[in-house]
Design a protein around this ligand. Structure first.
Ligand SMILES: Nc1ncnc2c1ncn2[C@@H]1O[C@H](COP(=O)(O)OP(=O)(O)O)[C@@H](O)[C@H]1O
Ligand SMILES: [Mg+2]
Length: 339
């Protein structure tokens, strides 16, 4: 490799794996001329690199290397998160043609590492930098993916590493939020407890939704768009929090902050495509109501982290006010018809 070796053993492991990937992709006779590594400018929590593999034929293979062993501070459940993302790419997405990043391989050595995930380097930019039309396409892609896994639920069976969006998942978030907020201020804790009176009903409703694959953090920063392809390629990354649950969990991330009429456009695109792919979807009024239930859950989840992650007091107050507002919306619309 052209980069000075910091750890020769690890570099050797990487070289062996890359050689295998090259042989699988270009045939056994291909020879690697050089491997260039550079840090990805999009590295966020984990360090990630762009690997550029040059062959003596002049061909080049570019890969995205996500390094789960390099991060600023530890966070919860890191082992489960990294294993989940590896499994999702290797064992679930690789069996479906949905346009997600190709899984090339990994260098994985429990418990010390390395933990390197090698993926196709996807061209494109995050949908948050794209015009609204692409947000609608991201909603459509989500509907397609979730309809696909609803119809092909066998592909999700036996994958214990997926988070289950069940009663304990939703209810424990409320308990943790109440504890975190009360630790900060008992009065604020009481306000939150009062605001969350409709939470149980919304948990019931969320649990009644048809179950499929959930990305788990369908944020506009994690959805890549390659607009040079026709139609544009939509490619969500960062599957560490993948789960089995309702697609509305993801839709709530994407639709966050939108008002009429854009909100309806996003919901319509999702529901139409999901229905075309065989997923039962509610009418638009009910869809909005369910999205609000998930937004409430999301706010509760943020609050549950507010003490450990030392959120400033004013942010905690804002989140409690947001929970009050969303709980009010959930209460006022609880009669919306639900499948
Ligand atoms: N396969 C890929 N190809 C191109 N860019 C990627 C790929 N995977 C992730 N990225 C970019 O790198 C960023 C960080 O990757 P991500 O998986 O989200 O890591 P983290 O868990 O550290 O947030 C993403 O937001 C995206 O911009
Ligand atoms: Mg990320």
């Amino acid at each position: 490799m052209t980069r000075p070796a910091l750890n020769q053993d690890r570099d050797d492991l990487l070289f062996e794996r890359v050689a295998q990937i090259v042989a699988d992709t270009f045939g056994r006779r291909s020879t690697i001329a050089a491997i260039y590594r550079k840090r990805s400018e999009y590295s966020s929590f984990y360090a990630s690199e762009i690997l550029s593999v040059q062959l003596d034929t002049g061909d080049e293979l570019k890969m995205f290397l996500k390094n789960f062993g390099s991060y600023p501070d530890p966070k919860d459940a890191m082992e489960q998160r990294r294993n989940r993302e590896l499994h999702v790419y290797r064992d679930i997405l690789a069996r479906a043609s949905l346009g997600t990043a190709k899984y090339y391989g990994s260098v994985w050595d429990e418990p010390e590492g390395p933990f390197w995930l090698l993926l196709e380097l996807v061209r494109g930019i995050a949908v948050r930098h794209c015009s609204f039309d692409y947000w609608v396409e991201a909603a459509r892609w989500l509907g397609h993916m979730q309809g696909y896994f609803y119809q092909n639920s066998g592909l999700l069976q036996g994958h214990e590493f997926l988070i289950q969006h069940d009663g304990p998942f939703f209810r424990s978030a409320r308990e943790r939020a109440f504890r975190a907020v009360s630790q900060r201020s008992p009065d604020l804790g009481k306000r939150l407890a009062a605001a969350l009176s409709p939470y149980d009903q919304s948990v019931e409703l969320m649990m009644r939704q048809p179950k499929t694959l959930v990305h788990g953090a369908y944020r506009p920063a994690e959805i890549l768009v390659d607009a040079s392809e026709r139609p544009a390629r939509i490619c969500p990354v960062d599957w560490e929090q993948a789960a089995i649950g309702s697609g509305f969990y993801d839709l709530a991330f994407l639709a966050d902050g939108f008002k009429s009429p854009q909100l309806e456009q996003i919901l319509d695109a999702y529901c139409t495509e999901a229905a075309n792919c065989g997923l039962q979807v509610p009418d638009q009024g009910s869809a909005k109501h369910i999205v609000n239930c998930y937004r409430l859950h999301k706010t509760v989840t943020w609050l549950s982290q507010s003490f450990d992650r030392k959120f400033p007091e004013k942010d905690v107050m804002k989140l409690v006010s947001m929970a009050e507002k969303l709980a009010g919306l959930v209460l006022s619309n609880r009669t919306a018809c639900v499948p």
